[in-house]
Design a protein around this ligand. Structure first.
Ligand SMILES: C[S@@+](CC[C@H](N)C(=O)[O-])C[C@H]1O[C@@H](n2cnc3c(N)ncnc32)[C@H](O)[C@@H]1O
Length: 430
């Protein structure tokens, strides 16, 4: 069943990827070529409805739009909503980029916005933070229709693709300026130890990098074949939790998604410089977001209990973690896993509700390890899905040599082998 779906290795290939696929190389993303071939091969009628409830950098929604399908993508992290929207900028809009850029540069030069609590001050000296904020406000002013007061998290949902395009260029500018705070762990960003060690680029340098990023992104749009980006296809990308989807029951034809990893990757901290550009307060709003993201290493105030309906594989894994002799196994790690599987189950229930009968759901998932104990995520996910009427029709496994389990260097010594498996799981709703 579902043999006609073309399933290639989902692993990103930065060596061959180009254009929009590489604007924001998201460590958690799958490959654009994989998503495009899979969606094209699904045999959906034009105008079918596609959903990605963990949309990340928007690889799948961009592929669905390119195939002429109505696409819906949600991510709880506003940074990812902005990145995904930027990727959807129709290529017929390319001629408007230069006039918008010139307007943004003019208006930002006329203002100098300083605020003592600007989250950019985490990495930047005050004059540099003020310059970046002036550019950000110049993008926000005319291009974002959301209420100015409700900036940061909600504003990302109301942003147009053209506004998101410039925000993405500003994210990349900030990243290049704070390169020295990149940690060896690619999902972590460090902070300056003292106020004096914050970066202090001049206004001319900031403005020049921003211009360069805009022109590089713009050049990759101009290089695309004219018909490759359909301007009249409906696409909705917004900030929303997969645990409660604002979509009608039985309305989605196809889901292609990859859930947050089960390796305590902190997606909030990983994108904290971009969240600072969006204006999120680092001590309050970032903390709140981190607590809500699935897979967070932080423990919620009221941790839930495991549920027998999560299936035998999940409950067996949780029992093994709880019984592990290490000190933190029961007091910390066990709680993060219970949180994770609870949130995944609530999300799968929502996904299943939205899919039409006989509609399909394709999930890309990696196994992971806790101190040598394997979390067989493919089996666990399949057991959770089958309890929600999503029945496994096909599974394709790809061995991987390097996984996110490896990002946590402390866990290496416990790993039984250096390989792991990434599975593409195809479900049909009964
Ligand atoms: C593995 S990534 C998806 C990557 C995506 N396939 C791509 O190609 O870019 C999982 C995403 O889930 C998001 N996420 C975490 N918790 C979420 C939640 N409760 N609701 C929606 N998205 C969430 C994370 O921010 C992350 O971007």
């Amino acid at each position: 069943m579902l043999d006609h779906f073309v399933i290639e290795n989902p692993k990103r290939r930065p060596d061959i990827a180009a254009g929009r696929d590489e604007w924001y190389p998201y460590y958690a993303g799958f490959s654009g070529a994989f998503a495009r071939r899979l969606i094209q091969s699904a045999g959906l009628r034009q105008g079918s409805t596609f959903l990605d409830p963990w949309n990340g950098s928007g690889t799948s929604t961009a592929a669905a739009v390119a195939s002429g399908h109505r696409a819906i993508g949600f991510d709880l992290n506003p940074v990812m909503a902005v990145v995904a929207k930027a990727r959807l900028l129709p290529n017929i809009d390319a001629p408007s980029i230069a006039p918008f850029l010139s307007d943004i540069m003019k208006r930002s030069a006329r203002q100098h916005i300083t605020a003592e609590d600007d989250p950019l001050l985490t990495w930047f000296a005050p004059s540099a933070a003020a310059e970046i904020r002036s550019i950000e406000r110049a993008i926000h002013g005319p291009l974002v229709c959301a209420d100015r007061a409700s900036k940061s998290i909600d504003a990302a949902s109301g942003m147009s693709s053209i506004a998101s395009f410039f925000y993405l260029a500003l994210f990349l500018t900030v990243r290049s300026l704070i390169g020295r705070f990149k940690a060896s762990n690619p999902t972590w960003v460090t902070r300056p130890a003292t106020l004096q060690s914050r970066v202090r680029p001049g206004a001319a340098e900031i403005r020049s990098i921003f211009r360069q990023r805009v022109s590089a992104m713009s050049a990759s749009i101009i290089a695309e074949p004219r018909e490759s980006h359909l301007a009249n296809v409906e696409c909705r990308v917004a900030v929303n939790s997969s645990e409660k989807l604002p979509i009608d029951a039985n309305s989605v034809d196809l889901v292609l998604s990859s859930p947050p990893y089960c390796t305590r990757i902190d997606y909030g901290v990983a994108t904290s410089p971009e969240l600072a550009v969006l204006g999120l307060k680092m001590d309050t709003q970032l903390r709140e977001l981190r607590g809500r993201l699935i897979g967070t290493p932080t423990i919620q105030d009221s941790p839930r209990l495991p549920d027998p309906t999560w299936g035998p594989a999940c409950n067996r894994f949780l029992k093994q973690v709880a019984q592990h002799p290490s000190k933190a196994a029961k007091s910390y790690y066990y709680k993060t896993y219970v949180q994770y599987f609870g949130a995944i189950t609530r999300s799968v229930s929502e996904i299943a509700r939205c899919i039409k009968p006989n509609g399909n759901c394709i999930i890309v998932i990696q196994d992971s390890y806790f101190k040598g104990i394997r979390a067989d995520l493919a089996t666990i996910f399949t057991e959770i899905a089958s309890a929600k009427q999503l029945m496994l029709s096909r599974q394709v496994d790809f061995p991987m040599s390097r996984t996110f389990a490896y990002i946590n260097t402390k866990s290496r010594s416990y790993r039984p082998s250096s390989t792991s498996v990434e599975s593409v799981l195809c479900y049909t709703k009964r």
